[in-house]
Write a protein that binds this ligand. Structure first.
Ligand code: IMP
Ligand code: MG
Length: 179
């Protein structure tokens, strides 16, 4: 796996430090709210597992699995729900936890969908933000790192389901996805 990495973008230590500070910020901002943190599978699972342990207030967690229909369809961000939440979000403060916001299609769809279920509030926390690539008018409320427009892998992020278990975030060699 290491051989497929062009360069390391964020080390294990840089990520850990950022996750710690995001956890503190969320603990402070939601101290009386008992928020429900929603993990968007699969990419967010590593970030999510670390983030919730950096939070010092009572929280609830739930999981949702979605997949994009693919950009080739020129679709307006229609995404498919593979696994929905187990719990009702009515009257709850929701924090959507994402690995990366790219075009913003996924989150903009998801936010609309969850809003229709009458939560008290919805905030978005993403580890990574590829701002340059944004198509939808959506701004995450909590961002770990702004990153350049490069294809990255590791710490939950995959290319063709591979590399999710790398402990750092790296740029994937072009030769891997252009062959
Ligand atoms: P969006 O709907 O375009 O914002 O897409 C977000 C999703 O695309 C993320 O949750 C990732 O699963 C995937 N994605 C976007 N950029 C990358 C990348 O550089 N590496 C791996 N997955 C990515
Ligand atoms: Mg994802």
């Amino acid at each position: 796996m290491q051989n497929d990495v062009e360069k390391i973008l964020l080390t294990k230590e840089q990520i850990a430090e950022k996750v710690e500070s995001l956890g503190k910020e969320l603990s402070n901002d939601f101290k009386d709210e008992k928020p429900l943190l929603v993990c968007i599978l699969k990419g967010s699972v590593v970030f999510f597992a670390d983030l919730i342990r950096a939070i010092s207030i009572p929280i609830e967690i739930d999981f949702m699995s979605i997949s994009s229909y693919g950009l080739s369809t020129k679709s307006s961000g229609e995404v498919k729900i593979i696994k929905d939440l187990d719990t009702s979000i009515e009257n709850k403060h929701i924090i959507i936890v994402e690995d990366i916001v790219d075009s913003g299609y996924t989150l903009s769809y998801l936010k609309r969908l969850l809003f229709s279920r009458n939560p008290k509030s919805i905030k978005i926390c993403t580890l990574l933000d590829k701002k340059e690539r944004r198509v939808c008018d959506i701004e995450p409320d909590y961002v770990g790192f702004d990153i350049p427009d490069e294809f990255i892998i590791g710490y939950g992020l995959d290319y063709a389901e591979k590399y999710r278990n790398l402990s750092y975030i790296g740029v994937l060699k072009r030769s891997i996805y252009e062959k």
